[in-house]
Design a protein around this ligand. Structure first.
Ligand code: HEM
Length: 310
């Protein structure tokens, strides 16, 4: 069933109403922290895509691990998706971003339905109505539950992250292919058996301790679409079995929060570079405008908070 199209401003307003007002904070993924590291593409990626960060030379990355909800006060053990946002800083000064979260399947294909889903998870009495209106959400929601996508992990470093949307890769010879990414944790023997952490910030405490013992690594996997695989639908399940190792993400250390000094950091899934293209996925196309509204509110919210503190 179709719903009335929501505007980016309405979407942010409704999501903020669902989570309560938290001036200066992100509308979603409100609780998180920043880290630094690098990414090195696998040697054969350069023949598949001409983007600078896929040529095999190390590039610096800025990473933010987060919990999915809009309440920055939520405990790390709460039921929620987790986010891994990665900004690749390219040698020419440009950036390109990938934003992953722990749910392998996206349960909706329109921004309206996404907002309704957020509202239904905040107010569970709305869930039956949501499911009646969006019957095809049930399969993906069950698949995500089976994948334990919203169960708090032992560590941010031990779970898969799915950026969901397809991107178009252009090779040096002009050949185009559609790909979908997954960040998969790589075993890091130098860490030994994981320490157990308790308390509301246990994921943050665990990852800081883990990084003090050595870097955390993920393999960036790409699934290359077959002819019948739909790159424009965030709900589509691809049949292709062509999966490549695109490279290794290495997170080395926490960094001081750049936003503590007034800088605003935005990860944007449509920030692409030459060699990468966007699909017509309506969720992907909606996100940058919704993120801009959230950023505007973050900036004005910080001002309000600061003037109240003065
Ligand atoms: C219509 C669908 C969506 C809406 C309306 C939406 C909305 C938002 C908003 C408003 C923010 C805060 C932005 C900021 O203040 O910087 C955010 C953050 C985020 N979103 Fe989404 N989102 C959507 C879909 C997705 C999808 C499909 C993914 C992942 C596959 C995702 C992953 C993230 C992550 C990881 C962050 C945190 C980024 C950071 O650490 O700064 N979102 N989202």
């Amino acid at each position: 069933m179709s719903s009335n199209p929501v505007t980016p401003a309405d979407a942010v307003e409704r999501i903020q109403r669902a989570f309560g007002r938290h001036p200066g904070r992100r509308t979603l993924h409100a609780k998180g922290a920043f880290y630094e590291g690098s990414f090195v593409a696998s040697p054969d990626m350069a023949s598949r895509c001409r983007a600078q960060h896929l040529q095999g030379t190390p590039v610096t990355v800025l990473v933010r691990w987060s919990n999915g909800g809009g309440n920055p006060g939520n405990a790390d053990g709460a039921t929620d998706v987790r986010g891994l946002a990665v900004s690749f800083q390219l040698p020419d000064g440009t950036r390109t971003d990938l934003l992953g979260q722990t749910a392998p399947r996206f349960p909706v294909r329109t921004p309206e339905a996404f907002v309704e889903l957020v509202e239904a998870t905040r107010w569970p009495w709305r869930l039956p109505v949501f499911l009646a209106r969006h019957r095809d959400a049930l399969g993906p929601l069950v698949a995500n539950a089976r994948a334990k996508a919203v169960v708090a992990p032992r560590s941010y470093a031990e779970v898969d992250y799915y950026p969901i949307h397809a991107y178009r890769w252009t090779a040096p010879d002009g050949t185009e292919s559609w790909v979908r990414y997954t960040f998969r944790p790589l075993a890091t023997p130098e860490h030994g058996p994981p320490e157990r952490f308790e308390g509301p910030d246990r994921l943050r405490d665990e990852i800081v301790a883990r990084l003090a013992a050595g870097p955390v690594r993920f393999r960036l996997e790409v699934q290359v679409a077959d002819a019948g695989d739909d790159p424009h639908d965030p709900m589509s399940v691809w049949r292709s079995t062509e999966v490549l190792d695109a490279g290794t993400l290495t997170v080395t250390a926490p960094v001081e929060d750049p936003e503590a000094t007034g800088q605003v950091v935005v990860f944007d899934p449509t920030r692409i570079v030459d060699g990468i293209g966007l699909s017509d996925d309506p969720i992907l196309r909606f996100r940058p405008d919704a993120y801009s509204v959230s950023v505007d509110r973050r900036i004005s919210g910080s001002r309000e908070t600061t003037s109240q503190e003065d």
